[in-house]
Design a protein around this ligand. Structure first.
Ligand code: RUB
Length: 374
């Protein structure tokens, strides 16, 4: 596998240490990019190493990008959408094709390899299809290569802009002294930068309101403790970490008055697919009369599928039977390890997007949001 580990780059102000937690000198959303295109290579933060080490990996082979998506080096719906697009840009550069037809064949093969890595987040298909459309419309090999790279870079820049706009819309829903629960990581690390749900939290804080965040640890991959707690703490946002099993306790005790999460796929009916455990959080919020918001860009919407069409990714049993190298379950135990679940629309108060907020009934209001974009 082609990659370099970069331990210290002074000009963007971070440092890493093998034994201690990573300490950053500047804000994550303004100083770091989760994934970017640099000198004909894709550079990304290896999120499997956080919060102990900040390691940047650099790929020049699209197959390594596919592997990075599969193994959660990069994760989070918008981030894997952009990584897929950059993966295709690498595939175009790698291709030795002399004709447009042959190059399109090579790209189609790369598209399939990248697409098969993770089935639930629709953003991956969105990123890949957008690039394939550009390739199909271009005239020749040189033009395809140039336009694919240009488009993928533009998509990455637009991702940040989209998140900032989502933040502006969403911040209006939050008030001074709100106590906001979030699940998994829908932050700068799940996107190119700034974040979706955490983008709204950032924008709320930037608007001068005082807020407190309660982050769930998000078993079994711990995106909440490893990534959300890390991100918010480094950016100076007041955050407390709780075990997933303390969601009911925290709501019952009044430690939470609003919830916001991200999404991996949203159907036209307002069914939301997000990290496993989201459904439980939403149910518990309903029980305690706590508003439950979802923040996601329009690229996370799948207007064609019905709930029965959506594939829920099932992940490796070892995520559940061990912590690191230590076994935490009997050998040969049967394991069910879904990575996502579905939250039905009746549990959702509002869906925050870059063009506005969808409210029940979702089918009509989602339609309106898409119309306003055209
Ligand atoms: C990530 C996950 C996140 C959404 C956030 O799962 O479920 O909550 O992707 O997306 P994984 P967004 O870590 O397994 O990829 O940033 O669009 O809200």
């Amino acid at each position: 596998m082609l990659f370099f580990e970069i331990r210290i780059i002074i000009n963007i102000g971070y440092e890493t240490d093998n034994s201690k937690l990573v300490k950053l000198k500047t804000k994550i959303h303004s100083s770091l990019r989760t994934v970017e295109w640099k000198n004909n290579a894709v550079v990304m933060i290896d999120q499997t190493k956080l919060p102990n080490k900040l390691v940047f990996v650099k790929y020049t082979d699209y197959k390594d990008v596919a592997n990075a998506i599969r193994t959660l080096v990069v994760r989070g719906a918008p981030a894997i959408g952009i990584s897929g697009a950059f993966g295709l840009a690498l595939a175009a550069l790698q291709s030795k094709a002399k004709s447009k037809e042959k190059l399109l064949e090579d790209l189609e093969k790369a598209r399939n390899t990248l697409f098969e890595t993770r089935p639930t987040a629709i953003n991956l298909a969105w990123g890949l299809d957008k690039i394939m459309k550009v390739a199909n419309k271009s005239n020749n090999v040189t033009e395809i290569k140039k336009l694919i790279i240009q488009t993928a870079k533009k998509m990455a820049e637009e991702d940040i802009e989209t998140n900032m706009n989502m933040g502006k819309h969403g911040a209006a829903l939050f008030e001074n002294n709100d106590r906001i629960m979030t699940h998994c990581n829908a932050g700068a690390l799940a996107t190119v930068g700034y974040g979706t749900a955490l983008g709204v939290i950032r924008a709320t804080k930037e608007s001068g309101k005082k807020i407190k965040v309660i982050a769930t640890e998000t078993r079994p991959v711990m995106q909440g403790s490893r990534l959300t707690a890390f991100e918010l703490k480094h950016d100076g946002i007041d955050v407390s970490l709780i075990p997933d099993t303390a969601v009911g306790y925290a709501m019952f005790k009044g430690l939470v008055n609003k919830v916001i999460v991200g999404a991996d796929r949203i159907l036209r009916t307002g069914h939301v697919y997000n990290k496993i455990g989201t459904y439980q959080v939403a149910m518990m919020a309903k029980q305690h009369n706590i508003p439950f918001y979802v923040a996601a860009p329009l690229s996370t919407f799948d207007l064609k599928s019905n709930p029965e069409d959506v594939i829920i990714e099932q992940r490796n049993r070892s995520e559940v039977t061990q912590i690191g190298d230590r076994k935490t379950a009997p050998d040969d135990i049967d394991v069910i390890n879904p990575a996502f679940d579905m939250t039905p629309p009746e549990l959702i108060t509002g869906i925050i997007t870059e063009v506005g907020i969808a409210k029940p009934s979702f089918e009509e209001s989602i339609k309106k949001l898409f119309k306003s974009k055209m």
